[in-house]
Design a protein around this ligand. Structure first.
Ligand code: CO
Length: 475
């Protein structure tokens, strides 16, 4: 499912947002003759006004895609000063594309072209090892001073390596998901879909122990199931034309996790459901900022989500946020950093702080807007500060060693245990859960017959600006 009003969303309310450009493996191939390198940072700055206008004009989908692909693999030409490179990868519209030709510097580098399916690692696509920025957003009024503050700018420069790592993970996410968006079709088994995404991720991020790899199991929750479903071995579920499938997958570099999700549908009857959730997530992203109260984000999300209706088989539903699902802060190797970002009003008054990473995710439903655990569990995670308890079940000990080595505190699923060679581990796994070393995360479902959708992005509250790391031209 692709963009409808994403461009409009991120350019309204006077927030200075620039659209990030993504590498798109497929069309890149046709673009190798395009010698236009990155626009100089100054170009994108000067053209900001213009860009906003043209972005709002929303070029046709194919058009956007092609234009954006002209930028493919150009990140290697980027400068590392992320302050002055604001929006270096921007290209929200054809207008910008034209403008930037004047501004381009004359470096002509050979483009590295992604394969289909994606196999070329980011370190090869970006030989300079400088990865594309996400969407840069200036903070709202009270924090607008940060944009130009010298102290904050200096602080931000010191953080470059950390941002660069997570941007590498984000670029992997964009390329893999866009490949999935083009190629996942009804008739495929859920296992095939996960394999496609996971193989792509492992190749592009050069999965290597705890250094880089998959951030968490590939969620592909269907219909009334909102989250935490991924197939276990032997699962014969096949994707159907009428399914609403939430693709939620993670990529990490050095423990910095990109957590981003979209909803895949084939039947247009769900379009409004998806539009509601996409708009709600973008609202949460817009509201997020240093010193912003989490409860205020929840209230804004709810209001937007509930302003949508969807008609399915002659019945009209007001889209409800799923009130017991949340966004969350993210810490290194810790998918849930401890702060929750509610998607309804009445939440906690804790504030977001400088330097924090957040996954802003919202879920909309045609059901009750409340989920409960159901079905066979696939997701597990070691408890972060696990107690040291004697393990009596021998298999539990060896399994824990495997978990520590392969996943550490990152979430994993049964298929990931299978692929590292673990066998007959269920007894040991259950024991680790019983003694409180591992937590299980069963699928979360709304009422039968309902439909749920999800969109999610990872952002970081940098000293001078907010960066929506996982933003792409798809969502
Ligand atoms: Co998340």
């Amino acid at each position: 499912m692709t963009l409808e009003n994403t461009t409009a969303d991120i350019t309204d309310k006077g927030v200075n947002t620039d659209k990030v450009v993504n590498t798109d493996a497929e069309t890149q191939v046709q673009d190798t003759d395009n010698t236009s390198d990155q626009p100089a940072a100054s170009a994108s700055k000067k053209n900001k006004k213009k860009k906003k206008t043209s972005a709002a004009a929303a070029p046709a989908e194919g058009e956007t895609k092609e234009e954006n692909n002209n930028e493919a693999a150009d990140g290697d030409d980027d400068d590392e000063d992320d302050e002055d490179e604001e929006g270096a990868n921007n290209n929200a519209s054809g207008t910008t594309a034209t403008k930037k030709k004047k501004k381009k510097n004359n470096k002509k580098k050979k483009k590295v072209t992604q394969t289909e399916p994606p196999t070329i690692p980011m370190t090869k696509m970006f030989p300079s090892k400088i990865y594309p920025e996400g969407e840069q957003c200036e903070y709202n009024e009270e924090n607008l001073w940060r944009t130009t503050n010298e102290e904050k700018r200096a602080l931000e420069r010191q953080m470059f390596d950390q941002y660069n790592d997570v941007r590498r993970a984000a670029e992997v996410h964009r390329q893999v998901r866009q490949y999935a968006q083009r190629n996942v079709k009804p008739g495929m088994s859920m296992i095939e879909i996960c394999d496609m995404i996971e193989n792509g991720t492992r190749n592009l991020v050069e999965a290597n122990g705890m250094e880089s790899g998959i951030g968490f199991p590939t969620g592909c929750s269907l219909n009334h199931c909102a989250a935490h479903y991924t197939p276990n071995a032997g699962d014969k579920t096949v994707l159907q034309y009428k399914d609403v499938c939430k693709i939620d997958f993670g990529v990490h570099v050095g423990g910095r996790i990109i957590d981003s999700a979209f909803t895949l549908t084939f039947d247009p009857v769900y379009d409004n459901l998806l539009a509601a959730v996409k708009d709600a997530t973008n609202t949460g992203i817009k509201e997020a900022g240093i010193d912003v109260r989490l409860c205020d984000i929840g209230a804004a999300i709810q209001e937007v989500m509930e302003s949508y209706e969807v008609e399915i088989e002659g019945k009209t539903y007001q889209v409800k946020p799923i009130r017991n699902l949340n966004g969350h802060s993210i810490d290194p190797y810790k998918i849930h950093g401890g702060k929750s970002v509610p998607i309804v009003k009445g939440g906690d008054q804790t504030k977001m702080e400088e330097g924090e990473y957040f996954a802003i995710e919202t879920f909309g439903s045609t059901g009750r807007g409340y989920v409960h655990e159901d079905m066979e569990c696939s997701h597990y995670m070691r408890v972060y500060d696990a107690p040291r308890v004697p393990l009596r079940v021998p298999k539990a000990k060896t399994l824990l060693n495997t978990i520590n080595k392969e996943f550490g505190t990152l979430p994993f699923c049964r298929r990931y245990l299978d692929r590292v060679g673990e066998q007959k581990y269920m007894l040991g796994l259950r024991n680790l859960v019983e003694v409180g070393i591992v937590d299980e995360y069963p699928p979360l479902v709304d009422i039968k017959g309902s439909f749920t959708a999800q969109y999610e992005h990872t952002l970081v509250l940098k000293p001078t600006r907010k960066e929506v790391l996982s933003r792409g031209d798809d969502y």
